[in-house]
Design a protein around this ligand. Structure first.
Ligand code: SAM
Length: 289
């Protein structure tokens, strides 16, 4: 399946396409015990039909390369990758790993808070591949730049750094979506977090002065039923996110909890009419010397 999405309001880039031609990764049978981040992992794996875009497919399969996953959360990405590529040695680093255990022989956990703004606990040139998923939109931009500089230091020459994230601005947003997203952006800005950080990732990588061949990939994905079944799950995932962030967003909207719930309902019912879509980006670069 492949389609070009109509963009009534032309928010981002008229050439963007949704392309899911070869389903190497079908969407797994949805399991009710999944948390939001696990559902999100399977959604993006399906949408991109891969877990990464950097050109490391051969080396990760055959060599014992070292991979770092930064801000892993419960770790759906890194656990799946460590299982799929048993020759590679994976490390996941997050401020919430202290209560977690590794169940895989090729996966190490490291508990660490990036807000410390100290050098990461790894020597120079340690990793062949570093993956950062959905963390750029959680850290203040300056802090994220410091982290990316550090990641570039710990990357081996020839290794790849890849960052993936979403925009907190969709396309073809209806009135409720516009209201919710603009309040969410206000909340992030109040924390010095750039809600459209994906549009800065290329510059952030280039600012390290040691990442070359920086490549930007962007994908649109429908929310709701107007394109395919997966849009329904994407909408469900967004509603979960907006629900989880209710106490962050409500103060920027001046609405009561019940008005907020109504707004989520309106958002749910307007996406098919407006053909609302969501945008995610992957940006990767190769370390020079
Ligand atoms: C949205 S989750 C993404 C999780 C995972 N990468 C995924 O794709 O499912 C962001 C993660 O970043 C971690 N994180 C946020 N701020 C952090 C900080 N200052 N230091 C370390 N980890 C942090 C959180 O603990 C959380 O697990």
């Amino acid at each position: 399946m492949g389609c070009v999405v109509s963009k009534k309001k032309g928010l981002i880039d008229d050439t963007l396409e949704i392309s899911r031609t070869n389903e190497k990764y079908p969407f797994p049978q949805k399991n009710n015990t999944w948390d939001r981040l696990t559902l999100q992992h399977y959604l993006f794996r399906y949408i991109w039909q891969s877990n990464f875009s950097s050109p490391i497919k051969e080396s990760i399969r055959s060599d014992s390369i070292k991979v770092l996953d930064v801000g892993s959360g419960s770790g759906p990405w890194v656990h799946e990758m460590a299982g799929e590529f048993p020759n590679a040695l994976f490390t996941k680093i997050d401020s919430k790993t202290s209560h977690q255990n590794s169940t895989l022989p090729n996966l190490i956990l490291k508990d660490y808070d990036f807000a410390k703004l100290e050098p990461l606990p790894f020597p120079d040139s340690t990793f062949d591949f570093i993956h950062v998923g959905f963390l750029a939109s959680e850290l203040p931009e300056k802090q994220f730049q410091t982290l990316v500089n550090e990641l570039a230091r710990t990357l081996k020459p020839g290794g790849y750094l890849e960052i993936m994230d979403v925009d907190f601005q969709g396309g073809n947003e209806g009135p409720s979506a516009q209201r919710l997203m603009s309040s969410l952006r206000s909340y992030y800005k109040s924390k010095d977090i750039n809600p459209l950080i994906t549009q800065r990732l290329e510059s952030i990588m280039k600012a390290t002065k040691c990442l070359a061949d920086v490549t930007v990939q962007r994908t649109l994905h429908p929310l709701g039923n107007w394109e395919d079944k997966i849009g329904e799950l994407a909408l469900f995932n967004w509603l979960q996110f907006l629900n989880d962030h209710k106490s962050d967003v409500v103060p920027f909207m001046g609405v009561s909890d019940s008005e907020y719930r109504n707004l989520l309902q309106e958002f749910k019912s307007e996406v098919d009419l407006f053909q609302t879509y969501w945008i995610s980006s992957r940006v990767y670069g190769r370390k020079t010397q």
